[in-house]
Ligand binder design. Structure first.
Ligand SMILES: [Zn+2]
Length: 289
């Protein structure tokens, strides 16, 4: 676990996202939860030395940020209003064969916790639309709605420690996934994040970084839009564009999928390309094809 502020920590090497926490002096506030069940239990054990875990703040609805919530029974989950519905829709996935098989292949130590009755789903109970400020112990947590990577995306700014937890609005030197987000809103979100006062940025994936990386993240999104726009302007359909031999690493995003998602490199490119295609077509008022 890496110190990222005087009382703030991030774990950047797990399978999944970068779960983080702040030791407030009156218990712990977590930002996102470890994806793998065994990691989640070990994490809970470690954090218990700082007192009770008061909140889990989910930065987004995707599985890699929310699947671990259930291993913190009784801890109130906080997130955007839209997270409630998204979490409910994910519940079947938590006990799916897809997940079971990935666990068997990559994390057999966690198998005994799969569908364990002591750990039922833990959905968000405190949600907000634009902004929520939580005061816990010596710390203020400013949760801001900044749609980008998803429509429900939030960041958690902790001014006392000069740290911001951006979730997947920032992928630092790892592959950027934009499988459903709006790239233009995302770029605007990065501008807004840049206006906040912080020293350390904890991204959703990859190593911690600073404010300077926001520009590089925006450039990756701009290149996605540029490259796909050229094909859209030639009148090609989504499937035709998806079949093009595009050198994504040279033209758009030089980074690889991280944190045990390596086998999903092609999927990340395909899903992002298809989403960007749809968003560009929508913007140009073109019919779906
Ligand atoms: Zn993620």
């Amino acid at each position: 676990m890496r110190p990222v502020g005087s009382h703030s920590y991030a774990e950047v090497l797990f399978w999944g996202c970068n779960p983080s926490f702040v030791n407030t002096g009156d218990g712990v506030v977590m930002i996102d939860s470890p994806q793998q069940p065994m990691d989640a239990l070990r994490w809970r054990e470690q954090l218990s030395q700082y007192g009770p875990i008061r909140y889990i703040i989910n930065t987004e609805p995707h599985y890699d940020h929310t699947a671990g919530n259930m291993y913190f029974p009784g801890t109130e989950v906080v997130g955007h209003d839209g997270l409630r519905d998204r979490y409910d829709k994910l519940i079947p996935m938590f006990s799916s064969d897809f997940r079971l098989n990935r666990m068997k292949a990559g994390d057999p130590d966690s198998l005994w916790l799969f569908n364990h009755p002591d750990y039922p789903p833990n959905p968000p109970r405190r949600t907000f639309d634009e902004q929520l400020t939580l005061q816990v112990g010596n710390y203020t947590f400013n949760c801001l709605h900044v749609p980008g990577h998803t429509a429900q995306q939030i960041v958690v700014h902790v001014p006392q420690d000069g740290v911001i937890f951006t979730g997947d609005n920032v992928f630092h030197h790892v592959k950027t996934w934009c499988q459903e987000g709006d790239p233009w809103k995302w770029i605007a979100a990065l501008d807004r994040i840049g206006e906040l006062d912080f020293e350390i940025l904890v991204p959703g994936h990859g190593e911690t970084c600073g404010k300077a990386y926001l520009a590089e993240q925006a450039d990756i999104l701009r290149r996605w839009v540029e490259v796909v726009s050229e094909y859209v302007d030639k009148g090609m359909s989504e499937d035709e564009v998806a079949a093009q031999p595009i050198d994504f690493m040279r033209l758009i995003d030089p980074y690889r999928t991280a944190q045990r998602q390596w086998e999903m490199m092609d999927q990340a490119n395909d899903h992002t390309l298809r989403n960007i295609y749809k968003k560009i077509a929508e913007r140009k008022g073109l019919p779906a094809r």
